[in-house]
Design a protein around this ligand. Structure first.
Ligand code: ASP
Length: 350
C-alpha cells in the first residue's frame, strides 16, 4: 500500500470514529391550560419530576445506550409520578376506571410497539417496548395485552394503584358540570391534557420516540386516542422523531406525528417549521388543540403548542436539564410564533 493511500485510509477511519453524535433528549408532560395558579409545591414537584425523567434518560444516552432506551426510561419515571396523566395519576373514564395507552418507535429500524386500554400494567411504556422487542406484532389491546404482559414478567398492579384523589375530583367535576357535552365531544379542549412523551437522539445518530397516557378524562366506549397509534401521536424514522399531546382525535385525523416526519424526510423542511405547520396551523384549523415535541438527526428541537402552556424539558450539548411549563418561558424552538420559528430555523437547520 502506498504511503499516500495509507494516510488517506487512516484519516477516513479517524473521521468515522470521531463522528459520534451529541446526544439530545426532549420530553413533555402534556399541553393545555397551564396558568400560574398552581401551588408552589405542585409546580416544584412537576419541575422536579421532569428533571428526574430527563436525567434518567440522558444517563442512558451518555452511557452510549440507544435512543429507545432513553425514551422508555424517561417515560417510565413520569408514569410513576402522579402529577402526570400516564401510569399512576391517569384520568378516569366515564365508567370510573383508568385505561392506559402507550407506544414506542425506533427510528432507525422503524420497529414499533404499542398497547391500548390496559388497566393493570404499572408501566405501559415498558409493555409497549416488550411488544416491539418480543412479539411479532405492533399493537396489543386490553386483556390480550395484559396476558402478554404477564408472560413477559411486566409488573401488574391492582387497578386501584392508578387512582389519585386529584384525578377523581377532576372526573367528579366533569360529571357534574358537563357530562353531556363531554360524552358527545369526548374531550375538554381547555383542560391540561397531561400525557407524557419523549424523543431522543443517541450517540450513533439514531432517533426514537415514545408516548404514554391515560387518555382524555371521561372517555367512553373503549375510546383510544392518538398516543398509541403509530403515526398519529408517536412516530420516528431515520430523520425525525415526534411525540404529541393534545386532543387525540385531531392527531389521528391528521396523522400528525407521521406528517411532521414526512415533511422533514421527504420535503426536507426544517423540523421546527414542519412541526409548527401541523401543530399550530393544521390541527387548530380543524378545531383541535395541543402540542408536540420533535427532534431531527442534527439535534434540532421543535416544541410547538397552541395551548396556554406545555410541560416540556430538554437536555442537549450542555448536559443540563432544562424545564419549562408556561407559554412565556423560552425553549429551543422559540415558541410560540410559527412565523418566527420558520425564519429562525431557516438559519439554523439548513
Ligand atoms: N392525546 C391524548 C389522547 O387523546 C391526550 C393527551 O395528550 O393528554 O388520548
Amino acid at each position: 500500500m502506498s504511503r499516500r493511500l495509507f494516510v488517506a485510509l487512516l484519516s477516513f477511519g479517524m473521521a468515522l470514529v470521531s463522528h459520534a453524535t451529541t446526544p439530545v433528549l426532549v420530553i413533555h408532560g402534556g399541553a393545555g391550560v397551564i396558568k400560574r395558579d398552581m401551588t408552589p409545591a405542585k409546580e416544584k414537584a412537576v419541575r422536579a419530576a421532569m428533571t428526574k425523567a430527563l436525567e434518567a434518560g440522558y444517563a442512558q444516552l451518555k452511557a452510549g445506550k440507544p435512543a429507545i432506551d432513553a425514551v422508555t426510561t424517561s417515560i417510565a419515571v413520569l408514569e410513576d409520578d402522579s402529577n402526570f396523566n400516564a401510569g399512576k395519576g391517569s384520568v378516569f373514564t366515564h365508567d370510573g376506571k383508568n385505561e392506559l395507552d402507550a407506544a414506542v418507535m425506533d427510528g432507525e429500524s422503524l420497529r414499533a410497539g404499542s398497547v391500548a386500554g390496559v388497566h393493570r400494567v404499572k408501566n405501559p411504556i415498558l409493555l409497549a417496548r416488550a411488544v416491539m422487542d418480543h412479539s411479532p406484532h405492533v399493537m396489543l389491546v386490553g386483556d390480550g395485552a395484559e396476558a402478554f404482559a404477564k408472560e413477559q414478567g411486566i409488573v401488574l398492579v391492582d387497578p386501584s394503584y392508578f387512582r389519585t384523589e386529584e384525578r377523581w375530583q377532576q372526573w367528579q367535576k366533569v360529571l357534574k358540570d358537563d357530562a353531556e357535552k363531554h360524552a358527545r365531544a369526548g374531550s375538554d379542549p381547555t383542560h391540561h391534557f397531561g400525557t407524557v412523551g419523549a424523543v431522543a437522539l443517541d450517540k450513533e445518530g439514531h432517533l426514537a420516540a415514545g408516548t404514554s397516557t391515560g387518555g382524555m378524562v371521561d372517555k367512553r366506549w373503549g375510546r383510544v386516542g392518538d398516543s398509541p397509534i403509530i403515526g398519529a401521536g408517536t412516530y420516528a424514522n431515520a430523520q425525525c422523531a415526534v411525540s404529541g399531546t393534545g386532543w387525540g382525535e385531531f392527531y389521528m385525523r391528521t396523522v400528525a406525528a407521521h406528517e411532521i416526519c414526512m415533511r422533514v424526510s421527504m420535503l426536507e423542511e426544517p423540523v421546527q417549521r414542519a412541526a409548527a405547520e401541523v401543530i399550530n396551523q393544521e390541527i387548530p384549523s380543524m378545531g383541535g388543540s395541543g402540542g408536540a415535541i420533535a427532534l431531527d438527526t442534527n439535534g434540532n428541537i421543535a416544541i410547538p403548542f397552541n395551548t396556554d402552556g406545555m410541560y416540556r424539558g430538554w437536555i442537549g450539548a450542555d448536559g443540563i436539564a432544562h424545564v419549562a411549563l408556561y407559554d412565556d418561558e423560552p425553549d429551543p424552538s422559540n415558541h410560540p410564533p410559527a412565523s418566527a420559528t420558520s425564519s429562525a430555523d431557516a438559519s439554523t437547520n439548513n
